[in-house]
Design a protein around this ligand. Sequence first.
Ligand SMILES: C[S@@+](CC[C@H](N)C(=O)[O-])C[C@H]1O[C@@H](n2cnc3c(N)ncnc32)[C@H](O)[C@@H]1O
Length: 237
Amino acid sequence: MSQIDRTREQDRLIKIYTKKAKHYDITSRLYPAPFYPQRAQRLRTVQALGLHAGDSVIDIACGTGLNFSLIEEVIGPDGRIVGVDLTDAMLARARARIETNGWSNISLVQADAVDFDFPTGVDAILSTYALSQVPECAEVIARGAAALSGGGRWAVLDLKVPDNTPVSLARLGTAMVRPFASIDEWITRRPWETIRTAMREELADTSWTDFFFGTAFLAAGSRRPGTFGVRPSGSVD
Ligand SMILES: C[S@@+](CC[C@H](N)C(=O)[O-])C[C@H]1O[C@@H](n2cnc3c(N)ncnc32)[C@H](O)[C@@H]1O
């Protein structure tokens, strides 16, 4: 993607999420459809990180921080969360959530996920309902994987088109639920396949779980042994 296209794409997403931010916590309950088991999927994702008290966690494209309470319950006050998001308005809601809950161990960074400078030695990274919107998602996964501590975990939860769904049906279904306009681009790009491949390439012990009739997936894996200090542009094998 050229720099001009990338800036245009960033602007488009920022506009969308700036509009959504104020009511995101309520409207996201209807996302991608009313009664969708989103919270159960978030819980499974946090569980897939295998967290312990005191762990450090990065939430990529954290939005308003809907994962924070689930993570805080496990890592406790000695742990640390860094929430990263492109959209200032979403981070403002996350900040309000942090203040309301009195959490003093969460910091927020406004950045494109692909530009984020991952701190090294982090125990876990997750991204929920967001990474498929990032065209450079494979690069984000690789850079995150390179930053994990030994045994550190990466988990991605996102929506997908169920396998074997005809394109026309997929377009109809996703047009109703996806929050942004370039639905054809998303279906054609099939980002969940890119994410699956990147997770397999960059991590060990990878798993893939389809949720809710194949409309969402959880991909998870651990840092590969013996890869500490290897940058993602090089071979990690
Ligand atoms: C559907 S919301 C999901 C938010 C949160 N992860 C959740 O589970 O509720 C998508 C979020 O991704 C963010 N986002 C989109 N593209 C991004 C990028 N390239 N880098 C960082 N954040 C991005 C948006 O600003 C928005 O907050």
